[in-house]
Design a protein around this ligand. Structure first.
Ligand code: THU
Length: 127
C-alpha cells in the first residue's frame, strides 16, 4: 500500500482514540511484510500508566493475526505534525523487523516524512 494511504488510514483511526485524560489523539497504521494492514489508536485509563499507545495497539492486532514482520508504520495525531513514536513503542517495533528495517511515516509540512526505525532507535535491546 502507498505510504500516503497508510497515513490516511492512521488519520482515520485516530478519530477513535479514547483520550479522556490527555485529549491527544493518535492513530497508527502498519503494513506487514506479507502486505496485511493493521490499525490502532491510543486508549487511556483512569490509572494513567495503563494507557496503550496507538502504535502498540496496531502491533498487537498484527501479532494476534499471526504476523511477525512489520515493513512500515504510519503515525498521525491531529494535535502534532510529525508525531513520532515514544521510546517504548520504538523498542516494541524493533522486535518485529527484518533486515530491511521498518519505515516510519509521519506527516510533514508539505508531504509525508519517511524515516527508518533504526535511525530513530539504533542499537535497541535484543536477547
Ligand atoms: N501516545 C501514543 O499513542 N503514541 C506515542 O508514541 C506517544 C504517545 C499517546 C499516549 C497518550 O494517550 C497520549 O498519546 C499522550 O501521551
Amino acid at each position: 500500500m502507498d505510504y500516503h494511504k497508510l497515513l490516511e488510514n492512521a488519520k482515520e483511526v485516530s478519530k477513535n482514540a479514547y483520550v479522556k485524560y490527555s485529549n491527544f489523539e493518535v492513530g497508527a497504521c502498519l503494513i506487514t511484510k506479507s502486505g496485511k494492514i493493521y490499525s490502532g489508536c491510543n486508549f487511556e485509563n483512569s490509572s494513567y500508566g495503563l494507557t496503550i499507545c496507538a502504535e502498540r495497539n496496531a502491533v498487537g492486532s498484527a501479532i494476534a493475526d499471526g504476523e511477525r514482520i512489520i515493513s512500515a508504520i504510519a503515525i498521525y495525531s491531529p494535535k502534532k505534525r510529525d508525531c513520532l513514536p515514544c521510546g517504548a513503542c520504538r523498542q516494541v517495533l524493533s522486535e518485529f523487523q527484518d533486515e530491511n528495517g521498518i519505515d516510519v511515516i509521519t506527516e510533514g509540512d508539505n508531504d509525508i516524512i519517511v524515516r527508518k526505525l533504526d535511525e530513530l532507535f539504533p542499537q535497541g535491546f535484543i536477547l
